[in-house]
Design a protein around this ligand. Structure first.
Ligand SMILES: [Zn+2]
Length: 216
């Protein structure tokens, strides 16, 4: 794992926002802008979707991203590809080292199946995503909630191909930073999950920062 730090200064950011534990967030990023997500409390899963701002059907594709880099994990150098072959963003710095895009987002249904029937009404990422796109009010709906990225989440794949949800490898202050290669919409569910170790059983806030790209 290679860790790469950013040279960008948080004081120069044009936008800063703390997403409370368990809450969604949605925002447009313009091509050339830099976008950082900071894991303030450590071991917090940040379920994330990206869309081409000019065509929501051209959205983040885990399959195209994995296939084009020939690796299952996301880190510095990863190009986040869309279903239409657009490079939406490139990861340019990463002090955590590895991010998941196989584990999916938690949902009321999967909480019930994986944990117990009483877990059905606990908050889940799919509901947060849906709430955010409805409030966004730009015509997105349930069909736009496709496969996501789980920043800071540790889902190692065993040599036999098994997926396992493990204790996080992130710590307070670790971050991942991307450069937008196109105008994109970012949609985050700061995961409210309490039933597996993806949030260390304690969901915490994360900070998002945006910088304008170098001028000229
Ligand atoms: Zn979740």
């Amino acid at each position: 794992m290679t860790l790469v730090e950013s040279k960008l200064d948080p004081n120069d950011a044009v936008y800063r926002h703390v997403i409370p534990a368990g809450e969604p967030w949605m925002h447009e990023l313009r091509a050339g802008q830099y976008f950082r997500i900071v894991d303030l409390g450590g071991n917090q899963a940040v379920d994330t979707l990206f869309y081409n701002a000019h065509d929501y059907s051209d959205r983040y594709s885990a399959q195209d991203t994995i296939q084009s880099q020939g690796n299952l994990y996301l880190t510095t150098g990863t190009q986040l590809k869309s279903t239409g072959g657009t490079v939406l963003l490139t990861i340019v710095a990463d002090t955590c080292g590895r991010h998941d895009t196989l584990g999916g987002a938690c949902a009321n249904e999967s909480n019930m199946v994986r944990y117990s029937i009483e877990k059905r009404y606990m908050h889940a990422c799919r509901s947060s995503f849906l709430k955010a796109v409805i409030e966004w009010g730009q015509g997105m709906d349930k069909r736009d909630i496709a496969n996501n990225i789980n920043f800071f989440m540790n889902v190692p794949v065993t040599p036999e191909g098994k997926l396992t949800f493990e204790d996080g490898i992130s710590e307070p202050g670790k971050y991942v930073e991307m450069r937008a290669e196109a105008d994109v919409i970012a949609l985050i569910s700061n995961c409210p999950q309490l039933n597996n170790p993806c949030n260390a059983y304690n969901p915490t806030p994360v900070e998002v920062l945006i910088w304008d790209g170098p001028r000229g």
